[in-house]
Design a protein around this ligand. Structure first.
Ligand code: C2E
Ligand code: CA
Ligand code: CA
Ligand code: CA
Length: 277
């Protein structure tokens, strides 16, 4: 019954102008990080467009508050990012994701898990060591962890961020540029980033069928990615037409509701059996 109520009620702090409420929500988030039962991860598969294989999953945080109901990540992540709370939150997400990746590897179905990183982590000199410690403690091969970063994130202090990224990458953690095409112009930085993958923002993928400009942007991003030796992922793939168009453009990987919504790990296991048979 609680589960049902939660899908109806959804709290959106972006539309709550009351500063006291926002402050209270931050307090609730701090408690949730310690409590261990309100914050969970959902996993969404990424599909190889040529062969149909599952190449990995993206971990996406979900917050189910006992009184407020479900709070969307787009609402509380930016709020957490404006405070130091994003550090323990990111550490918590990494911990959950790495343990789940380890469970999948132990089950005999190793699946790379991608975690979204927040701005501040890359400005933390100790961040890479924190990641290595976690991998070591859990016993997860480095190759099964991916990190997704946004361009604007790296722009705030490119030199510091680049040092952290290089350390992670040279240890074998693969890196993705998320939401490509939005935010700051980044052609020059993209070339300097030690990344493996480029994810085209879903807004372009969704608009591509009806807008010539968006279709051109998607095609250009794929070419740019390939010219830089990157694997290109399209986000927000919702129908057959998008799959066909992306395949024709030589896009490597697709992610979106067409294949699966983000889901809890146990549900993903069932989805994978179904998908693979
Ligand atoms: P994102 O990293 O760009 O994640 C993709 C978002 O698109 C997710 O929203 C996902 O549920 C949604 N999505 C996937 N396929 C489709 C589709 O076919 N159509 C549409 N319309 N949407 C699709 P979600 O889970 O609400 O997350 C929103 C954003 O919050 C993420 O955007 C990411 O920036 C941030 N976020 C989520 N989890 C975390 C986290 O653990 N840490 C950090 N730092 N940020 C997170
Ligand atoms: Ca992402
Ligand atoms: Ca994205
Ligand atoms: Ca995003």
């Amino acid at each position: 019954a609680r589960e049902q109520a939660s899908t109806v009620q959804q709290y959106d702090p972006a539309h709550d102008t009351n500063a006291a409420h926002r402050l209270e929500l931050l307090g609730e988030l701090r408690r949730a990080i310690g409590a261990d039962d309100q914050l969970t991860l959902h996993y969404q598969p990424k599909i190889d467009l040529a062969g149909g294989r599952v190449t990995g999953v993206e971990a996406l945080i979900r917050w189910q508050h006992p009184r407020l109901g479900r709070v969307a990540p787009d609402a509380f992540i930016p709020m957490a990012e404006s405070t130091s709370l994003i550090r323990p939150l990111t550490a918590h997400v990494l911990d959950l994701a790495v343990r789940q990746a380890k469970a999948w590897a132990d089950q005999g179905t190793p699946i790379p898990v991608a975690v979204n990183l927040s701005t501040r982590c890359l400005l933390d000199a100790g961040f890479a060591d924190q990641v290595f410690d976690l991998l070591h403690r859990v016993g997860l091969p480095v190759s099964l962890l991916k990190l997704e970063i946004t361009e604007s994130m790296v722009m705030t202090d490119p030199d510091r961020a680049l040092a952290v990224l290089r350390t992670l990458r040279s240890a074998g953690v693969s890196l993705s540029i998320d939401d490509f095409g939005t935010g700051h112009s980044s052609m020059t930085y993209l070339q300097r980033f030690p990344v493996d993958e480029l994810k085209i923002d879903k807004s372009f993928v969704q608009a591509m069928a009806n807008s010539h400009g968006d279709a051109v942007l998607v095609r250009t991003a794929i070419t740019l990615g390939h010219n830089l030796g990157l694997s290109v992922v399209a986000e927000g793939v919702e129908d057959d037409a998008a799959v066909a168009a992306l395949r024709a453009l030589g896009c490597d990987v697709a992610q979106g509701y067409h294949y699966a919504r983000p889901m809890p790990a146990e549900e993903f296991d069932r989805w994978l059996i179904d998908y693979s048979s």
